[in-house]
Design a protein around this ligand. Sequence first.
Ligand SMILES: Cc1cc2nc3c(=O)[nH]c(=O)nc-3n(C[C@H](O)[C@H](O)[C@H](O)COP(=O)(O)OP(=O)(O)OC[C@H]3O[C@@H](n4cnc5c(N)ncnc54)[C@H](O)[C@@H]3O)c2cc1C
Length: 577
Amino acid sequence: METREYTTDVLIIGGGTAGTMAAIKAKQANPELQVLVLDKADIRRSGAISMGMDGLNNAVIPGKATPEEYTLEITESNDGIIDQRAVYRQASECFGIVQELDSWGVDFEKDETGYYNVHRVHRKGRYVLPMPKASDLKVILAKKVKQMRCRVVNRVMATRLLTKGNQVIGALGLDVRTGDFVIVRAKAVVMTAGAAGRMGLTDSGYLYSTYENPTNSGEGFAMAYHAGAELTGIECYQINPTMKDYNGPACAYVAGPFGGYTANSKGERVTGCDYWSGELIMNMWKLKNKGEWPLYLKLTHLEDNVISEIESILHNNERPSRDRFHEGRGKNYRTDMVELNFSEVGLCSGHSASGVLVNHEAETSMAGLYAAGDMACVPHQYLLGALTFGKIAGTNAAAFAAGQPEYEPDPAQIEAERERLLQPLSRPDGVPHQQVEYKIRRIVTDYLLPPKTLTKLDIALEKIEHFRKVDLQLLGARDPHELGRAMEIHSIVDCAEMMAKASMFRKESRWGFYHYFLDYPERDDANWLKRVIVRKGDSGAMELYTKELPPYILTDADRETALEDRQGEVNTHEHVG
Ligand SMILES: Cc1cc2nc3c(=O)[nH]c(=O)nc-3n(C[C@H](O)[C@H](O)[C@H](O)COP(=O)(O)OP(=O)(O)OC[C@H]3O[C@@H](n4cnc5c(N)ncnc54)[C@H](O)[C@@H]3O)c2cc1C
C-alpha cells in the first residue's frame, strides 16, 4: 500500500451539496488559504443531488414566509427537539443562497412578476420552490469549486479523522482506485459526507438501490464518533415514502401543489398533509397494518397538460430513470396510480434529525471540526439547509484555520488506520463484501426498524457484537474497490450500534414512527424534551447521556399564536390513522 500525503488549510470531506458550497465559501472568505475537497466519488456527479433537484423543499422567501414562521414550523415538525438558533439562522440566510444560485445560472420557478414562486407542502406556510430545469445544479456547483481554485481529489474515501486532544488536525483515507493510503494534514476540517443511507435493506432487495445516494454509507457519522465528537438524534431514524421498487421519492412534494395526493386503492385521499415526517410514516404504517395497502400517488384525476408539467419536472430534472421505470412497467400517470412503499431505514438530518451535534455556527464539540448537510443535526434542513450550513461551515473553518499552526499527526493514529485498512486485503479469499453487508443490514431491518422494543434492541446489540467479533474478521477484499466497500461496512455497523443504543436510551416515543418504542409508547416531555448524545468515551466505549436543548429564541407568545394557527390548518385536513 503506497502512501500519499497532502497538506492544506481547510479540508472538506465530501464534495456533495454542502461540501461544494463549504469549499467555495471557505475560499471566498480567505483566498489565500488552501482548500482541499476529498470525495470518494467524483464531485461533478456525486452525492444526493447527483444531477439536480426538482425543487428546494424549504426556501424562506421574503414576502412569502418569515424565518420566525419557518423556525416554529420545524420546532413543531421535530417535536420540539431543536436548536432554534440553528434553524433560525438557516431560515434567515437561505434567501441569499437562492439569489446566489440564481446568479450562477440555476433555474427557479418564478411568477409573472419574475419573483420566486413558492408552493405549500408543509403543514403551514409556503416553502417549496420548484426548480423545473435544474438538472445541471451539481455541475454548476462543481465548476464553481474549480473556478475558485479549490483543490479536488476525487476517489478518495476518508476513513478516520486525525486528532490532537480535542482538536481535529486532518484525516486519513483510501484511494478506492489505486489503493493508496492517504494522509491529509489540515488546520480545519469540514465534514460533509452525507447521510448514513445504507443501513436497512431496500424493498427491492438490491443492496445499493437505496433512497439515499448509496455511496453515503455513514463514514461521516462513524469518523466523527471515533474522533470523539458528540452525535445526537441518532434514535430519530429516517424512513421515507418511496415508489415501490424504485429508489426515489414518490414526489408528493412536486405533485401536491398541482393537485396530486397520497391515496388508497380506491383513489381516496388518505393523508392530510404530505409533508414528510414520522407522523406521516406512522399513519402509513397504521394503514398497512389495517390491510389498507398498498398506498398510491394519485394523479389520474388531473388534466393532461398538468400531468405533462409534472412529468417534465419529475422525469427530466432529478431522475430521468423515472420515466423509463414507469414505461418499462407499462404505467402512465394518466391511467395508473403509482404504488408506494417505505424506504429502508437510515440516518439523515436533511429529512429527519440525526447527525453530528452542531450549533448555529456549524461548530461541533471538537475544535477545528465543522459539519454541515445531512450528517449534521439541523433537523429537516434538506438541500437548501445543506447549502446554507455548507456556507456557514466553510466560512467559519476558514477563519479558524487562519489562526492555527500546522500540527504533526500522531504516528500511532496513522499506523493503526493503515493496519485496519490492510486487514480485509490480507483475506483475498475472505467472505465477499456483499454477503457481509447483507448480513448487518438484515440485522438492522429485523431488529432496529420501528416499532422498537427492548427485546428487539437487546437482540440487535447481541448480534452486532457477534458481527464485529466474527463476520468483520472474515470480510475479504481483493482490490481497492472491494476494500472501499469493506470499510463502508465498518461504518454501517458503527451506525447500527449507535442506533440501537440511542433508541434504548430514550425511554419514550417521539417523532411518530421514527422512534415508536412499544415499551414506552407515550411522548414524555417532562423527562425527555432534551437531546440524547452519543459519544466515544475516553475508555473507547460508547457513552450515552442527555443534554438540555439550547434555550428557544422564539417566545411562548410566538409559539401560542402559531399553535392556534396550526389548529385552524389541521382542521382543514383529513387526518388518518
Ligand atoms: C432521493 C432524494 C431526493 C431529494 N429531493 C430533494 C428535493 O426535491 N428538495 C430538497 O430540498 N431536498 C431534497 N433532498 C435532500 C437533499 O438533496 C440533501 O439533503 C442534500 O443534498 C444533502 O447534502 P449533503 O452535502 O449533506 O450530502 P451529499 O450531497 O449526499 O454529499 C455527500 C458527499 O460525500 C461524499 N462522501 C461520502 N462518504 C465519503 C467519504 N468517506 N469520504 C469522502 N467522501 C465521501 C459523497 O460521495 C458525496 O459527494 C433529496 C434527497 C434525496 C436522497
